[in-house]
Design a protein around this ligand. Sequence first.
Ligand code: NAP
Length: 297
Amino acid sequence: MNVLITGGTGFIGTVLVQHLLERGDTVTVYTRNPDFDDDVSLRYVTRLDDIAPSTYYDAFVNLAGESIAEGRWTAARKRALVDSRVKTTEQLLELAERLERPPSVLVSASAIGYYGPQDDTPLAEDGDTVDCFSHQLCVDWEAAAHRFEALGTRVCITRLGVVLDRGGGAFAQLDKSVMFGVATWLGSGRQWLSWVHRDDVVRAITFLLDTDSLSGAFNLTAPEPVTNRGFSEALAAHRSTLLGLPVPGFVMRAALGELAQELLLTGQRVVPTRLKEAGFSFEYRSVDQAISALLAR
Ligand SMILES: NC(=O)c1ccc[n+]([C@@H]2O[C@H](COP(=O)([O-])OP(=O)(O)OC[C@H]3O[C@@H](n4cnc5c(N)ncnc54)[C@H](OP(=O)(O)O)[C@@H]3O)[C@@H](O)[C@H]2O)c1
């Protein structure tokens, strides 16, 4: 497969690129960083305009986006979060329109923030949504991706949960206090944390690229989500930590504002219904299994 990837330099993208190269695919990464050197099957481009119209990509994978969990959501930051996703997707669409043959498939990222802050109800892909900034961001991001359908491209949207692995992402934050001997949970700790192991994210994206019959939105979360406190206690058990403490919600809200309220103090219990129906099997189903594997790395 010849694959063009945005966000191929990030936490998920780096491992996905490696996986695709290992199975014999050819990869082009669209990046803002001009310092990468091309390799045998790996090319970097900083301008989509440099891609010749005769180039054929079997697939686009769209992962680009400013980090949503860093810094308060000021008006300027919100604009950057939206633009880095929606405008990048629109630029990809302009490229697809310019190519003699558009890609056969687009796998485009979205997030479980699509559902907004929720209670204990398990959420399949057709689950209820609650309006908020992250919901609207995901709606706009997904709508931009769906515009590829007019070109005959198969579109798969991955509503990603909290992606866990060593070396980045949320796990380092979740593990930090436990390493110092205190298991903390945020606010009530009853909010759901729909997590997914990075290896399963890479496998699921590849599965969607390869399975011609699949399209539409897919929750990309492990089959067994846990509460925030449940995650913290599972991690503490693996690290033999005895002391558990909540971080009060008002402290989080004072420090991080809307970000704390939407991303940390509330959550959603998301289940990967469509991936399971399609026959995808998760290697990491339970949080105990994932934590054991992560701490062994
Ligand atoms: N990791 C998670 O837990 C998680 C959960 C839900 C959704 N997601 C979504 O999945 C995608 C990939 O996640 P990730 O954790 O791999 O993200 P990441 O490590 O932050 O990488 C995202 C990539 O996006 C590109 N990027 C950053 N700011 C940009 C901007 N202003 N304009 C254009 N491109 C920009 C960067 O590529 P260059 O610097 O090379 O240009 C970067 O490599 C993101 O869109 C994220 O929102 C991730």
